[in-house]
Write a protein that binds this ligand. Structure first.
Ligand code: NDP
Length: 263
């Protein structure tokens, strides 16, 4: 029996155990997926190894720590320095990022996205910004604090903190902060979100399973919006394929994960 886990702080909200266990159980793959509440990201590797894990997902706020914890990082994760999926290969931790492609899958129904605003500058924002730039989409960043903006300026994103932000028109605005996850906070001051949404075509939140104050404002303004559920599904399918070393059919994984959303 293989063991997998999600690491995060908080982690109790995570639907990943439900999704991956549904796949393992219904597709007869001998594995189990649990939650691990981890406060200190620097302890990720030793905790992973002491639990004898075959693989893991990493959520807020440890995705950048996960990058440093890995012995080798592959694909898109290497480019962005952010890891959300780890696979144990003969005692070595191999890191991947499935968030960005998961998000692209989630917004397939949104048409003609040419310029976006990402609110937040953490691990998820890094992955999404780089992925959208690959698609030649213009990316602006708005973050509460100044300190994380350097990375995005280097990437070529117009990057602002709350103190110097000037609103423009956006095809899509995405909340990648954890504001609204365990509280009822907006990701920026209310007047700022108000003017951003007045200039936005679509809105999306990485947070799933609840209508965040940010999405509530989008809804009140009749903007087409979506929460992070499809992103969760997209990143989960890609992570599960890595966990089972591509031994299960992708459509079967997706179907079982989708079913678990109704549990
Ligand atoms: P990080 O910890 O790396 O980054 C958090 C960001 O949120 C920082 O930019 C921080 O700003 C900002 N922030 C935190 N609290 C507030 C607040 N009260 N007001 C304004 N800004 C705030 O987190 P991640 O990028 O890993 O995750 C972000 C969110 O995305 C989480 O809620 C996570 O659950 C969700 N997520 C969902 C996924 C899905 O599949 N649906 C996948 C990935 C993430 P500052 O720099 O000022 O501290």
């Amino acid at each position: 029996m293989q063991l997998f886990s999600i690491f995060g702080d908080p982690v109790s909200h995570s639907r990943s155990p439900l999704m991956h266990n549904a796949v393992f159980k219904n597709l007869n793959y001998k594995a189990c997926y649990v939650r691990t509440h981890l406060q200190d990201g620097s302890k990720l590797k030793e905790t992973f190894l002491s639990l004898g894990l075959s693989g893991a997902n990493v959520t807020v706020p440890h995705k950048e720590a996960a990058f440093n914890a890995c012995d080798e990082v592959r694909g898109f994760a290497k480019k962005v320095g952010v890891v959300n999926t780890i696979v144990n290969e003969n005692g070595k931790l191999i890191g991947y990022n499935t968030d960005a492609d998961g998000f692209m899958y989630a917004i397939e129904e949104f048409q003609t996205i040419k310029n976006i605003l990402i609110i937040g500058a953490g691990g998820t924002a890094k992955a999404l910004a780089s992925r959208f730039l690959e698609e030649r989409v213009e990316v602006a960043i708005l973050n509460r604090s100044e300190s994380r903006l350097h990375y995005f300026k280097e990437l070529g994103c117009r990057s602002s903190s709350w103190s110097d932000f000037k609103v423009k028109k956006y095809d899509l605005v995405i909340n990648t902060t954890s504001a609204g996850l365990k509280d009822e906070n907006l990701p920026a001051p209310q007047e700022m979100i108000d003017s951003i949404l007045d200039n936005a075509h679509y809105a999306a939140d990485a947070i799933y399973g609840k209508l965040t104050p940010f999405l509530q404002m989008a809804k009140d303004k009749n903007i087409i919006y979506k929460d992070g559920s499809d992103m969760l599904l997209g990143q989960g399918v890609l992570a599960n394929e890595l966990f089972v070393k591509f031994q299960l059919n992708k459509n079967d994984i997706k179907r079982e994960m989708q079913k678990s959303f109704k549990l």
